[in-house]
Design a binder for this molecule. Structure first.
Ligand SMILES: Nc1ncnc2c1ncn2[C@@H]1O[C@H](COP(=O)(O)OP(=O)(O)OP(=O)(O)O)[C@@H](O)[C@H]1O
Ligand SMILES: [Mg+2]
Length: 256
């Protein structure tokens, strides 16, 4: 039997009396774009928070290549190659675009941001600088390297969030609503970049409400509702599934 690449196993997160994620299980294959969708409040971000080490699960397990990663700290998870972006921008608004990307390059090595910016030797710095610029270039924002991050347009901030994550050269990237606030042209450009990431061997776990992007990108889609697994399948299977349609019609958003 082959060991699953990334496996979430009966994962549960309780906040007081509220069960935000309830015995959720799914597997992510290496090199795929795997969607995690569901109505508002379904538990998607909470699931990301557990996989990335931001929260310790109440119960359950998360295995990467068969190795337990649940309960590890965020930088320890990042060191193992799993990096996430945040749903709401957590860029350092006062730092430049390049400085933000530099923080990303050191995420796997040093948890302390101040050390990441000042405490490294010349070799480190050159390598990190090259990786940061390469990542900014990939996302089409290298020309903005000297700008204050807080001054960027919304679409560019989303791109920077991804560039910061990719500067760490992760094996797995968790993207929480990366298309929010993007116009159709920006969305299509970002979809193309995600396909290129997949081609380069990066595994992508994507939380997104933009169904055009989800259906156009994902190899497999896991659908959550009220913290639980609702169904799983290809885009075609999921979009016509009666339970999925019912869940979305009951909420505020519709499946495209
Ligand atoms: N830190 C927390 N403390 C208490 N409750 C929380 C916390 N984080 C999330 N929740 C609750 O857990 C549930 C799941 O929230 P979560 O943010 O994971 O949903 P989501 O699927 O990401 O929704 P959206 O699509 O709106 O981003 C919600 O009821 C939310 O209010
Ligand atoms: Mg969310």
């Amino acid at each position: 039997m082959t060991i699953p690449f990334l496996e979430v196993d009966t994962l549960t997160m309780r906040f007081g009396g509220l069960t935000a994620v309830d015995a959720l299980s799914f597997r992510v294959e290496h090199g795929e774009i795997h969607g995690l969708i569901g109505p508002n409040g379904a538990g998607k971000t909470t699931t990301f928070n557990m996989i990335s080490g931001f929260y310790t699960p109440t119960e359950g397990s998360i295995r990467l290549r068969g190795e337990e990663i649940s309960g590890l700290k965020m930088f320890e998870v990042a060191r193992r190659g799993v990096v996430r972006t945040f749903q709401h921008s957590t860029l350092f608004a006062e730092l430049t675009v390049l400085e933000n990307a530099l923080v990303g390059t050191h995420m796997p090595f040093r948890p302390n941001i101040f050390a990441a910016i000042v405490g490294w030797d010349t070799e480190d710095r050159r390598g990190a600088h090259a990786r940061a610029m390469e990542s900014l270039d990939f996302f089409g924002i290298a020309h903005l390297a000297g700008e204050r991050a807080g001054d960027l347009s919304h679409g560019h901030q989303r791109a920077l969030g991804m560039a910061v994550a990719m500067a760490a050269h992760p094996d797995v990237i968790l993207l929480d609503e990366p298309f929010t606030g993007m116009n159709p042209e920006e969305t299509n450009r970002m979809m193309e970049l995600m396909r290129r990431l997949r081609e380069s061997g990066v595994t992508i776990l994507l939380v997104e409400h933009d169904m055009h992007a989800v259906m156009g990108l994902c190899d497999t889609i896991t659908v959550m509702n009220f913290g639980r697994l609702l169904t799983e399948g290809t885009a075609q299977e999921v979009r016509h599934h009666p339970d999925v349609i019912a869940a979305y019609l009951g909420g505020t958003r519709h499946v495209a």
